[in-house]
Design a binder for this molecule. Structure first.
Ligand code: 5RP
Length: 217
C-alpha cells in the first residue's frame, strides 16, 4: 500500500468516533481523506469547525456547513493529522502551516483523534522540523531565541499563514521534554504558537499500517 492508502485507512477508522453533531476538522492530506468520508455521513453532521482555509474549501465543496468556533459549544470530537507522534501522543504538527487554528480547536474539544500513517510514530520528536508561527516583525528576534534553545530555525519563505503570520521551521531538535519546550517557545515574545501539541496531546492515535489500523491510547 502507498503512504496515501495508509492515510486513507486511518481516516476511515476515525469515522467510528463521530456520533453526529458538530465536529472539529484539522488540515492536511490525511484530513482531506477524512473530509471525503464525512461527506458520506452528511445526515449526521450539523456542521464542522475548520482549522484552515484549505479544509473550509473542501468541506464546502461537499456542502458541509462550516461553523465559527465562537458560535459553538465545546466540541465532542476533533480529528486531525500529525507530522510526528511519540508514544505519549505528544505531537509535532504544522507541516501545512495551520498549527495555531488546529491547536485552538484541539483545546476546545473533548476528544482529539489523530490520524496518520504508521511512519509518523517515533520514539523521540524532532526529526520533523518544528513549525513556529510568528508575528512578521518578530521573525529575526524569535529566530535568535530559538538558536539559544539549540534549534536551527529556517524561515519558510513565500508562505503566509491563514492568520497573516510567518513560519519558522526549527531543525535539529531532539525533543526529550515536549511539554517544557512547548512552554519555553510559547513564552518567546512574538511567537503566536508552536507545533508541539504536548500540553494538549491527542487522546487517540489511529495509525494506518500494512497490517491494518493500529490504535494507540
Ligand atoms: C497541518 C498539519 C497536518 O496535520 C500535518 O502536517 C500532517 O499532514 P499530512 O496529513 O498531509 O501528512 O499539522 O498544519
Amino acid at each position: 500500500m502507498s503512504q496515501d492508502d495508509l492515510k486513507r485507512l486511518a481516516a476511515k477508522a476515525a469515522l467510528e468516533y463521530f456520533e453526529g453533531g458538530v465536529i472539529g476538522v484539522g488540515t492536511g492530506s490525511t484530513v482531506n481523506h477524512f473530509i471525503d468520508f464525512l461527506a458520506g455521513v452528511k445526515g449526521k453532521i450539523e456542521g464542522a469547525v475548520s482549522s484552515s482555509e484549505a479544509s473550509t474549501k473542501l468541506l464546502k465543496s461537499h456542502n458541509i456547513p462550516v461553523l465559527d468556533l465562537n458560535a459553538t459549544a465545546e466540541l465532542d470530537l476533533y480529528v486531525d493529522g500529525a507530522d510526528e507522534s511519540n508514544h505519549q501522543l505528544h505531537l509535532v504538527k504544522g507541516g501545512g502551516g495551520a498549527l495555531t487554528r488546529e491547536k485552538i480547536i484541539a483545546g476546545a474539544s473533548k476528544t482529539f483523534v489523530c490520524i496518520a500513517d504508521g511512519s509518523k510514530l517515533v520514539d523521540t520528536l524532532g526529526s520533523f522540523p518544528l513549525p513556529v508561527e510568528v508575528i512578521p516583525m518578530a521573525r529575526s528576534h524569535v529566530a535568535r531565541q530559538l538558536v539559544k534553545l539549540d534549534g536551527t530555525p529556517i524561515w519558510r519563505e513565500n508562505f503566509v499563514t491563514d492568520n497573516g503570520n510567518l513560519i519558522l521551521d526549527v531543525h535539529n531538535l531532539q525533543i526529550e521534554d515536549p511539554i517544557k519546550l512547548e512552554q519555553q517557545i510559547n513564552n518567546i515574545t512574538g511567537v503566536v504558537t508552536n507545533g508541539l501539541f504536548a500540553l494538549r496531546p491527542a487522546d487517540v492515535l489511529l495509525l494506518g499500517t500494512e497490517e491494518g489500523v493500529k490504535t494507540v491510547k
